[in-house]
Design a protein around this ligand. Structure first.
Ligand code: ATP
Ligand code: MG
Length: 283
């Protein structure tokens, strides 16, 4: 049995539960409890505030956890980051009032910076030889300059809309973050084996999310060119159509490359192109 800590509610909860579900690990919906046992896999979910997850994993209250890398980096506990999970993407950045004359990191000398991430910020200031005052604020850091609590902020940014609506401008990105799977160091072999299986399933799900399955008809004379456009997992599947001189080709592409590939395939005569979702990819 492994116990995995996930966020009770908030930005990471839904996708954490969704990733587990797509990996075949479901929990009976019963939110009144803080600890739930899966019905399909020897896993228990421990629901916690995200701030508490790194410590719970270090101390053994949980064997593993799904949490933002930003929290792991800030807490600095000795836990292992086993894999990135491709959701909850954001960055930690310094921002200044939009009318400030920003010239570079030296700007922050003598300034007061509001943040909920004092350790990451202090590390950045130290490595850039900047002497600034760090003011720790638990929430709504972005209002600190307007409220007269600080000159600037160091905070989580994703689209940047929150900064803009508070009259702030992002000037230095310090850390990229996404949700990660963390584990306690020195787990017994039996738990490690379960975690290996979990990582394998998570990887299959995440790879599948980024992939599309393509089917198309194309003139057999274009097959060589098509194989160059679509390298596929090993190589594409090609089958003859009943109509001579034509073939059907099946392949997998990254979603980000889909429309470029389709344009190239149309140029070499592909038609009747079908695009399907991929549920999982087992390599
Ligand atoms: P909790 O109640 O569990 O303490 P919280 O309010 O501290 O929750 P959330 O706002 O739910 O935290 O954010 C959780 C994590 O989601 C962040 O630590 C970060 O890793 C990630 N995240 C992604 N995008 C954003 C964003 N735009 N703003 C805040 N967090 C984000
Ligand atoms: Mg929190």
């Amino acid at each position: 049995m492994i116990r995995i800590a996930i966020q009770t509610k908030g930005r990471l909860n839904e996708e954490s539960v969704g990733l587990l579900r797509d990996a075949g690990i479901r929990f009976r919906e019963d939110r009144r409890r803080f600890l739930l046992k899966s019905t399909d896999f020897p896993v228990e979910a421990l629901y916690l505030r995200d701030d508490d997850i790194p410590e719970a994993v270090r101390d053994g209250a949980a064997d593993a956890g799904i949490v933002g890398y930003n929290e792991v980096a800030e807490k600095g506990f000795d836990v292992e980051v086993l894999m990135r999970l491709s959701f909850g993407r954001c960055r930690l950045s310094l921002a200044v009032p939009e009318n400030a004359e920003y010239t570079g990191p030296d700007y922050f000398n003598g300034k007061t910076i509001a943040t909920s991430y004092p350790n990451i910020l202090s590390g950045y200031l130290k490595s850039n030889n900047i002497d600034a005052n760090v003011r720790v604020i638990a929430g709504s850091v972005e209002i600190a300059p307007a409220a007269g609590l600080a000159d600037s902020v160091f905070d989580i940014v994703s689209s940047g809309a929150t900064l803009v609506s508070n009259g702030l401008e992002e000037v230095e990105k310090v850390l990229d973050s996404e949700a990660v799977l963390i584990v306690r160091k020195g787990l017994p072999e039996e738990k490690k084996a379960l975690l290996d299986e979990l990582v394998f399933r998570f990887t299959s799900v995440i790879n599948g999310r980024d992939a599309k399955y393509l089917l198309m008809n194309l003139p057999s004379a274009s097959i060589d060119k098509a194989v160059k456009i679509l390298p596929a997992l090993r190589s594409p599947t090609i089958m003859p159509l009943a109509q001579s001189g034509w073939s059907s080709m099946h392949s997998v592409v990254k979603e980000s490359e889909l429309w470029d590939k389709i344009a190239s395939l149309k140029e070499i005569g592909a038609e009747g192109i079908l695009v399907l979702d991929v549920e999982k990819i087992i390599l």
